[in-house]
Design a protein around this ligand. Structure first.
Ligand code: B12
Ligand code: SF4
Length: 496
């Protein structure tokens, strides 16, 4: 079959980096293994319109990915396609996994695949192919007719039959053996149109920067995190499987930098040690790599980090979240400040660069607690401090807390991004003004110190991408107008 996998256009208000979508790369790989002709159409880098593409390629099925800020664009994309061309349209990804009915209610969305997608996607494609075997012409309406019952027993989907009924099938078990998955289909991306995900190496173009996932899911349940509600339990690949992909990235694709995207890569320390030893023994440690997401600080001993450094690790991130011990207890991170201090000290002792992820505006915060977060960031002094505006994603505990005790200042999924200066909710004494002030202060206090400025000015990337970097700096440091317009409009609509 001809299969189209689409990343809907969604550029963040800040000038974010553009990278190949690993979820689509996996779906494409399993489709190719099924024998399909696959095109990944990433609207962020394509010049052709998605409608022109679909009319030209005439896919038998279209899959569209959607996180929360992307979902409306996913709907627009689905609508535009359905208006000119009839085929089943399937949505997947973090947002629709949590709110499947919301998308299925749209007349132009047929199926939502929840959670991990590979097996569900192949199951859907197999059923479609069987159906098409004796159909001269395809009509969604006939395909999804309740009498056909094409999706009977198909796990992990929410879908709409042509009588308008929405059916919610049970979750699909997660893939038990991650080693059974093929490598992500990077050959289907126009790699030269991407940037590197999180530059650790000074100036590597996107065509030479790849992502890898060595484990999936996360056993923790932090109150603010979307990952904690994905129906995905923590599983890992064998060190041998990771090594084989690592070799492929370095030797076949010419990777000059690798980003490890795991949510919690160091849950099983022994596995990571074996992985590191294999990378060293196979002389693949000359390519620098980074932990893009936080690794668990409680499992980051000096010995482990030293070994990873030998294996080529250049930088690691830690999810610190807050500098306030009381707030820390409320977010279910299951970590304390001294453990975090020790993890940063361990990383620095073995000469690893560090990133700290911090959140401003968690439920219950005060001016003092947010100040403690800023002070803690300065004390830890990572190379990159990433302050996010607390954004309550649907399904998370924080979302429920705000719904009960606070008031949202956003009612549009497209605003669910966390690097903007606008507060996303208010609660008790935590006003938007206060959170926005502290958010700006965090960036100013952290970055307008001599050491981060000198560090940045010394990079080649800074000078090569000067206009972009100046734009980001201005966006970050200059105060923006408060969203009074939106608030007024929402008040008028009775939304807050
Ligand atoms: C790398 C990453 C990024 C990168 C690159 C994104 C990219 N091009 O893929 C960058 C830094 C750009 C990024 C940005 C953002 N990200 Co991000 N990101 C991630 C991260 C860490 C890994 C993504 C990944 O590759 N996963 C691995 C693949 C295999 O999983 P997947 O993409 O989810 O796909 C699987 C399933 O979801 C499903 N599936 C997905 N799409 C489809 C489509 C179909 C048809 C089907 C059948 C199935 C299916 O099947 C796939 C295979 O199993 C995730 C956390 C995570 N562990 O997933 C957060 C995550 C996806 N990001 C998140 C967020 C919030 C953002 C931002 C909004 C943050 C911001 N700046 O405000 C932006 C949005 C940017 C944008 N333009 O869309 C949230 C999403 C929450 C939500 N409710 O939507 C996550 C879950 C992090 C979290 N813990 O909260 N992100
Ligand atoms: S923040 Fe990190 S540790 Fe917590 S649930 Fe999310 S991925 Fe897991």
């Amino acid at each position: 079959m001809r299969v189209a996998l689409i990343n809907p256009r969604f550029r963040l208000p800040i000038d974010t980096r553009t990278t190949a979508h690993l979820g689509l790369a996996y779906l494409a790989a399993v489709s190719e293994r099924r024998g399909d002709e696959v095109v990944i159409f990433d609207c962020d880098v394509e010049q052709e319109s998605v409608v022109d593409f679909v009319q030209r390629f005439r896919p038998h099925i279209v899959g569209i990915t959607a996180n929360t800020p992307q979902v409306k664009q996913a709907w627009r994309t689905a609508k535009a396609i359905k208006e000119v061309y009839d085929c089943p349209i399937v949505l997947g990804g973090p947002h629709v996994s949590v709110l499947p009915e919301e998308s299925c209610e749209k007349p132009y969305v047929d199926i939502v695949a929840r959670g991990e997608g590979e097996d569900t996607w192949i199951d859907i494609c197999n059923r479609l192919e069987r159906y098409l075997e004796d159909q001269p012409e395809f009509h969604t309406e006939a395909f999804l007719h309740p009498e056909n019952d094409v999706f009977k027993d198909c796990l992990g989907i929410t879908y709409k039959t042509s009588d308008g009924q929405i059916h919610n099938h049970p979750d699909r078990p997660t893939i038990a053996d991650l080693d059974s998955l093929p490598f992500p289909a990077y050959h289907l991306f126009k790699m030269d149109r991407y940037t590197n995900l999180q530059p650790a190496t000074d100036h590597v173009d996107g065509a030479r920067s790849f992502s890898i996932m060595t484990s999936r899911g996360c056993p923790y349940r932090c109150t603010f995190c979307s990952q904690s509600i994905m129906p995905i339990k923590w599983r890992s690949r064998s060190p041998e499987s990771v090594l084989a992909e690592w070799r492929h990235l370095v030797e076949d694709l010419g990777a000059q930098e690798i980003g490890v995207l795991d949510d919690s890569a160091n849950i099983r320390v022994k596995r990571l040690e074996e992985m590191a030893n294999l990378i060293i023994e196979n002389n693949l440690n000359h390519v620098p790599w980074i932990f893009v997401n936080g690794i668990r600080a409680n499992l980051a001993s000096k010995e482990l980090l030293g070994l990873l450094k030998k294996a080529g690790l250049k930088r690691t991130a830690f999810g610190v979240e807050t500098g306030d011990p009381e707030i820390m207890k409320t977010i279910d991170k299951k970590i304390d400040m001294d453990t975090i201090r020790q993890a940063f000290a361990n990383a620095k002792a073995v000469n690893l660069e560090t990133i700290g992820f911090f959140i401003i505006g968690l439920p219950g915060e005060t001016r003092e607690s947010m100040q403690r977060t800023i002070d803690f960031a300065i004390e830890l002094d990572p190379v990159i401090a990433n302050f996010s505006m607390m954004t309550p994603y649907p399904g998370t505990k924080v979302y429920e807390i705000v719904k009960r005790q606070g008031r949202f200042l956003i009612n549009d999924w497209e605003d669910y991004v966390f690097f903007e200066q606008q507060a996303r909710y208010e609660m008790g004494e935590m006003t938007a003004e206060l959170v926005e002030e502290m958010y700006r202060k965090a960036y100013r206090r952290f970055y307008l110190r001599p050491s981060p400025i000198i560090r940045r000015l010394k990079t080649k990337d800074f000078w090569l991408n000067l206009p972009r970097n100046v734009r980001i700096a201005l966006n970050t440091f200059l105060p923006k107008k408060e969203k009074t317009g939106l608030r007024k409009q929402m008040e008028a609509e009775g939304a807050i």
